[in-house]
Design a protein around this ligand. Structure first.
Ligand code: 5GP
Length: 179
Protein backbone atom coordinates (compact mmCIF):
# COMPACT_ATOMS: atom_id res chain seq x y z
CA UNK A 1 0.00 0.00 0.00
CA UNK A 2 1.18 3.56 -0.76
CA UNK A 3 2.65 5.19 2.38
CA UNK A 4 0.37 8.24 2.12
CA UNK A 5 -2.79 6.13 2.32
CA UNK A 6 -4.53 5.74 5.67
CA UNK A 7 -6.80 2.90 4.67
CA UNK A 8 -7.99 1.17 1.50
CA UNK A 9 -11.77 1.46 1.13
CA UNK A 10 -12.23 -0.25 -2.26
CA UNK A 11 -9.94 -2.95 -3.62
CA UNK A 12 -9.29 -3.66 -7.32
CA UNK A 13 -11.69 -6.61 -7.19
CA UNK A 14 -14.43 -4.55 -5.55
CA UNK A 15 -14.00 -1.76 -8.14
CA UNK A 16 -14.28 -4.23 -10.98
CA UNK A 17 -17.38 -5.70 -9.32
CA UNK A 18 -19.01 -2.26 -9.28
CA UNK A 19 -18.17 -1.67 -12.97
CA UNK A 20 -19.68 -5.03 -13.89
CA UNK A 21 -22.84 -4.52 -11.80
CA UNK A 22 -23.52 -1.01 -13.12
CA UNK A 23 -22.49 -1.96 -16.67
CA UNK A 24 -25.04 -4.72 -16.72
CA UNK A 25 -27.84 -2.42 -15.49
CA UNK A 26 -26.88 0.25 -18.03
CA UNK A 27 -26.84 -2.37 -20.81
CA UNK A 28 -30.44 -3.30 -20.00
CA UNK A 29 -31.66 0.26 -19.50
CA UNK A 30 -30.12 1.68 -22.68
CA UNK A 31 -30.67 -1.21 -25.10
CA UNK A 32 -31.94 0.19 -28.40
CA UNK A 33 -31.32 3.79 -27.34
CA UNK A 34 -28.95 6.35 -28.78
CA UNK A 35 -26.45 6.21 -25.92
CA UNK A 36 -23.79 8.89 -25.61
CA UNK A 37 -21.50 8.31 -22.65
CA UNK A 38 -19.81 11.48 -21.43
CA UNK A 39 -16.93 11.08 -18.99
CA UNK A 40 -16.00 13.98 -16.79
CA UNK A 41 -12.24 14.42 -16.94
CA UNK A 42 -9.94 13.58 -15.43
CA UNK A 43 -11.13 11.64 -12.40
CA UNK A 44 -13.62 9.37 -14.20
CA UNK A 45 -11.23 7.80 -16.73
CA UNK A 46 -10.42 4.58 -14.84
CA UNK A 47 -14.06 4.01 -13.87
CA UNK A 48 -15.29 4.86 -17.37
CA UNK A 49 -12.78 2.52 -18.92
CA UNK A 50 -13.88 -0.42 -16.73
CA UNK A 51 -17.57 0.49 -16.88
CA UNK A 52 -17.80 0.82 -20.66
CA UNK A 53 -16.10 -2.55 -21.16
CA UNK A 54 -19.10 -4.02 -19.35
CA UNK A 55 -21.71 -2.12 -21.33
CA UNK A 56 -22.89 -4.46 -24.03
CA UNK A 57 -24.96 -2.14 -26.20
CA UNK A 58 -24.03 0.33 -28.91
CA UNK A 59 -22.67 3.60 -27.54
CA UNK A 60 -20.52 6.61 -28.30
CA UNK A 61 -17.97 7.98 -25.82
CA UNK A 62 -16.89 11.58 -25.33
CA UNK A 63 -15.41 13.72 -22.56
CA UNK A 64 -16.01 17.01 -20.82
CA UNK A 65 -13.46 18.68 -18.62
CA UNK A 66 -14.48 21.10 -15.92
CA UNK A 67 -12.12 23.16 -13.79
CA UNK A 68 -10.67 21.27 -10.87
CA UNK A 69 -10.06 21.99 -7.21
CA UNK A 70 -6.70 23.54 -8.09
CA UNK A 71 -4.77 21.69 -5.42
CA UNK A 72 -7.26 21.96 -2.59
CA UNK A 73 -9.53 19.32 -1.04
CA UNK A 74 -12.67 21.46 -1.10
CA UNK A 75 -14.41 22.65 -4.22
CA UNK A 76 -14.26 26.39 -4.89
CA UNK A 77 -17.83 26.32 -6.24
CA UNK A 78 -16.68 28.15 -9.37
CA UNK A 79 -16.92 25.87 -12.36
CA UNK A 80 -15.34 26.47 -15.75
CA UNK A 81 -15.60 24.22 -18.82
CA UNK A 82 -12.16 23.52 -20.27
CA UNK A 83 -13.18 20.88 -22.84
CA UNK A 84 -16.70 20.63 -24.19
CA UNK A 85 -18.72 18.20 -26.37
CA UNK A 86 -21.10 18.92 -29.30
CA UNK A 87 -23.51 21.84 -29.08
CA UNK A 88 -26.43 19.83 -30.45
CA UNK A 89 -27.49 16.76 -28.47
CA UNK A 90 -30.80 16.23 -30.27
CA UNK A 91 -31.87 12.59 -30.06
CA UNK A 92 -29.12 11.48 -27.68
CA UNK A 93 -29.61 9.64 -24.40
CA UNK A 94 -26.69 11.09 -22.49
CA UNK A 95 -25.06 9.22 -19.62
CA UNK A 96 -22.71 11.40 -17.57
CA UNK A 97 -19.98 9.41 -15.84
CA UNK A 98 -18.37 10.93 -12.76
CA UNK A 99 -15.85 9.66 -10.21
CA UNK A 100 -17.42 11.13 -7.09
CA UNK A 101 -20.54 13.12 -6.32
CA UNK A 102 -19.62 15.41 -3.44
CA UNK A 103 -21.38 18.78 -3.11
CA UNK A 104 -22.89 18.05 -6.53
CA UNK A 105 -22.09 21.54 -7.82
CA UNK A 106 -19.92 20.34 -10.71
CA UNK A 107 -22.42 17.80 -11.99
CA UNK A 108 -25.36 20.16 -11.54
CA UNK A 109 -23.55 22.78 -13.63
CA UNK A 110 -22.79 20.28 -16.41
CA UNK A 111 -26.28 18.75 -16.23
CA UNK A 112 -27.96 22.15 -16.62
CA UNK A 113 -25.60 23.15 -19.43
CA UNK A 114 -26.29 19.95 -21.42
CA UNK A 115 -30.05 20.11 -20.73
CA UNK A 116 -30.19 23.25 -22.88
CA UNK A 117 -28.85 21.32 -25.92
CA UNK A 118 -32.03 19.34 -26.55
CA UNK A 119 -30.98 15.80 -25.48
CA UNK A 120 -33.63 13.07 -25.32
CA UNK A 121 -32.54 12.27 -21.76
CA UNK A 122 -29.64 12.78 -19.33
CA UNK A 123 -28.70 10.22 -16.69
CA UNK A 124 -25.88 10.16 -14.18
CA UNK A 125 -23.53 7.36 -13.15
CA UNK A 126 -21.07 7.97 -10.35
CA UNK A 127 -18.63 5.54 -8.83
CA UNK A 128 -18.69 7.14 -5.38
CA UNK A 129 -21.31 9.18 -3.59
CA UNK A 130 -20.88 11.38 -0.51
CA UNK A 131 -24.57 12.19 0.12
CA UNK A 132 -23.85 13.86 3.46
CA UNK A 133 -22.01 16.66 1.65
CA UNK A 134 -24.63 17.46 -1.02
CA UNK A 135 -25.43 21.14 -1.72
CA UNK A 136 -26.89 21.02 -5.24
CA UNK A 137 -30.21 19.39 -6.09
CA UNK A 138 -28.83 16.43 -8.05
CA UNK A 139 -28.99 12.66 -7.70
CA UNK A 140 -27.20 9.78 -9.42
CA UNK A 141 -29.24 7.22 -11.37
CA UNK A 142 -26.40 4.70 -10.97
CA UNK A 143 -23.88 4.75 -8.16
CA UNK A 144 -21.26 2.35 -6.90
CA UNK A 145 -21.01 2.96 -3.17
CA UNK A 146 -21.46 5.66 -0.57
CA UNK A 147 -18.22 6.84 1.00
CA UNK A 148 -17.59 8.54 4.33
CA UNK A 149 -16.77 12.23 4.46
CA UNK A 150 -13.02 11.78 4.01
CA UNK A 151 -10.71 12.71 1.15
CA UNK A 152 -10.16 9.69 -1.07
CA UNK A 153 -7.69 9.09 -3.90
CA UNK A 154 -6.78 6.42 -6.44
CA UNK A 155 -8.43 4.77 -9.49
CA UNK A 156 -8.49 8.16 -11.23
CA UNK A 157 -9.06 10.37 -8.19
CA UNK A 158 -6.21 12.75 -7.39
CA UNK A 159 -4.79 15.07 -4.82
CA UNK A 160 -2.82 17.81 -6.58
CA UNK A 161 -2.74 15.59 -9.71
CA UNK A 162 -1.01 12.70 -7.87
CA UNK A 163 -2.29 9.25 -6.78
CA UNK A 164 -4.59 8.75 -9.81
CA UNK A 165 -2.68 5.61 -10.78
CA UNK A 166 -3.28 3.72 -7.52
CA UNK A 167 -5.26 0.61 -8.51
CA UNK A 168 -7.48 0.90 -5.41
CA UNK A 169 -9.34 3.73 -3.65
CA UNK A 170 -8.02 4.79 -0.28
CA UNK A 171 -8.36 7.54 2.29
CA UNK A 172 -5.47 10.00 2.02
CA UNK A 173 -3.65 10.68 5.30
CA UNK A 174 -4.66 14.07 6.64
CA UNK A 175 -1.04 15.06 7.21
CA UNK A 176 -0.56 15.10 3.41
CA UNK A 177 -3.07 17.87 2.73
CA UNK A 178 -2.98 19.66 6.08
CA UNK A 179 0.75 20.47 5.83
P1 5GP B 1 -18.50 18.50 -6.30
O1 5GP B 1 -18.72 19.57 -7.29
O2 5GP B 1 -19.55 17.41 -6.30
O3 5GP B 1 -18.27 19.03 -4.91
O4 5GP B 1 -17.11 17.86 -6.63
C1 5GP B 1 -16.95 16.90 -7.57
C2 5GP B 1 -15.49 16.73 -7.88
O5 5GP B 1 -14.68 17.05 -6.75
C3 5GP B 1 -15.18 15.29 -8.21
O6 5GP B 1 -15.31 15.06 -9.57
C4 5GP B 1 -13.76 15.17 -7.74
O7 5GP B 1 -12.89 15.56 -8.76
C5 5GP B 1 -13.63 16.14 -6.61
N1 5GP B 1 -13.75 15.47 -5.30
C6 5GP B 1 -14.78 15.53 -4.41
N2 5GP B 1 -14.52 14.76 -3.33
C7 5GP B 1 -13.31 14.21 -3.55
C8 5GP B 1 -12.49 13.29 -2.80
O8 5GP B 1 -12.79 12.78 -1.71
N3 5GP B 1 -11.30 12.96 -3.38
C9 5GP B 1 -10.89 13.45 -4.57
N4 5GP B 1 -9.71 13.05 -5.02
N5 5GP B 1 -11.63 14.31 -5.29
C10 5GP B 1 -12.82 14.67 -4.79
Amino acid sequence: MNKDIEKIILTEDELLGIAKRLGSRITTDFAGKNLLIVGILKGSVYFLSDLTRHIDTECRIDFIQASSYGGDTVSSGEIKIIKDIHDDLTGFDVLLVEDILDTGNTLKYIYDMLSKRNPKSISIATLLDKPSRREADIKADYYGVNVPDAFVVGYGLDYNQFYRNLPYIGILKEEIYKK
